[in-house]
Ligand binder design. Structure first.
Ligand code: FO1
Length: 303
């Protein structure tokens, strides 16, 4: 089994590469649920849906989130009734959240729901929420404390970030700990180290499980040349005192990582990362198309 710690868009695109190299049934994705929140009375699970719908081939290809060719008739009418429309949820997208909320209300766990939805969409990769309990990510800013999605989408990541806080007292699911313990290879996907991978590592016992696993742990830096490919990794890394570089990524994962894959533009950072006791592979990590995604996955899996 190959176990991948995953957030949203970057991780989903990397997984698209992985399924070209190994049988999808042999891959287990442990997915961040810190972005989850309640909207319209529904349990919204952005990263679970991004990973599931990307692997199902129905994701909006440019955005990396939302369903391709979706319509927004329901959101339009929700707006007429005074409902919130800042989070763009299409009609097909809403079906995911309606079904998830109904199953949870009927007593299913988030793990049951994620498994049901990925199978319904024909996805062979096993998709595990990091926890069945909520651990919402809050962003502390100069203007106040907001849920991550309020900070990122409603407020357009305009606030100055002072700190990041994982709320609640969630536990990793037994399936998550088993996927780490039984993995032959563990990959930390190129997701935001603070708000996508961070919440997974913050769950009690996860870092210890990664250290104790017999599998080599390989990370891929989502920061290239001091910039994030997508999303607010730079201000969030600064807020928790990490340099927004591949070295900062190495520091974020330091006690669990064996190897960090960095981009050629960051080759000069290799000694600083090796000084942290982490081996370095320098390659082209920008996933422009299917071929690059497969090449990166092949390189990571054959290390
Ligand atoms: N991101 C946005 O920037 N704007 C949106 O309106 C938006 C809607 C949305 C709906 C469903 C979904 O699964 C994700 C959505 N995202 C949207 C992405 C999301 O905010 C983040 O990119 C992820 O949570 C971070 O991985």
């Amino acid at each position: 089994m190959i176990t991948v710690l995953a957030g949203g868009v970057g991780a989903a695109r990397f997984l698209e590469g992985m399924v070209q190299i190994v049988a999808p049934e042999t891959i287990t994705a442990i997915v961040n649920t810190g972005d989850d929140f309640i909207l319209h009375g529904l349990h919204i699970a952005p990263d679970l849906d991004i990973v599931t719908c990307t692997l199902a081939g129905v994701i909006h290809p440019e955005q990396g989130w939302g369903i391709q060719d979706d319509s927004f008739a329901c959101l339009e009418w929700l707006g007429r009734f005074g409902g919130p429309t800042w989070f763009q949820l299409g009609d097909r997208d809403l079906a995911l959240h309606i079904q998830r909320t109904a199953m949870l209300r009927a007593g299913a766990t988030l793990t049951d729901v994620a498994d049901h939805l990925r199978r319904a969409l024909g996805v062979a990769v096993q998709i595990l929420p990091m926890s069945d309990d909520p651990q919402p990510t809050h962003i502390i800013t100069a203007a106040g404390e907001f849920h991550f999605e309020e900070y990122l989408v409603e407020r357009r990541a305009a606030d100055h970030v002072l700190d990041v806080r994982f709320m609640g007292a969630a536990q990793p699911t037994p399936a998550v700990l088993a996927a780490i313990a039984h993995a032959e290879r563990i990959v930390i996907a190129p997701s935001n180290p603070v708000v996508s991978i961070g919440p997974i590592l913050a769950l009690p016992g996860v870092r210890a499980a990664l250290r104790e696993s017999a599998a080599q742990v390989i990370g891929i830096s989502p920061i290239v040349g001091g910039k994030a490919i997508k999303g607010p990794a730079v201000p969030l890394m600064h807020a928790i005192g990490l340099p927004a570089t591949a070295v900062g990524v190495a520091q974020a994962y330091q006690d669990v990582l064996d190897v960090l894959v960095i981009d050629q533009v960051d080759a000069h950072l290799q000694p600083a990362i090796e000084a942290l006791g982490i081996a370095v592979i320098v390659t082209d990590t920008i996933m422009r198309g299917a071929a690059e995604k497969a090449a990166l996955a092949r390189m990571v899996l054959h290390l």
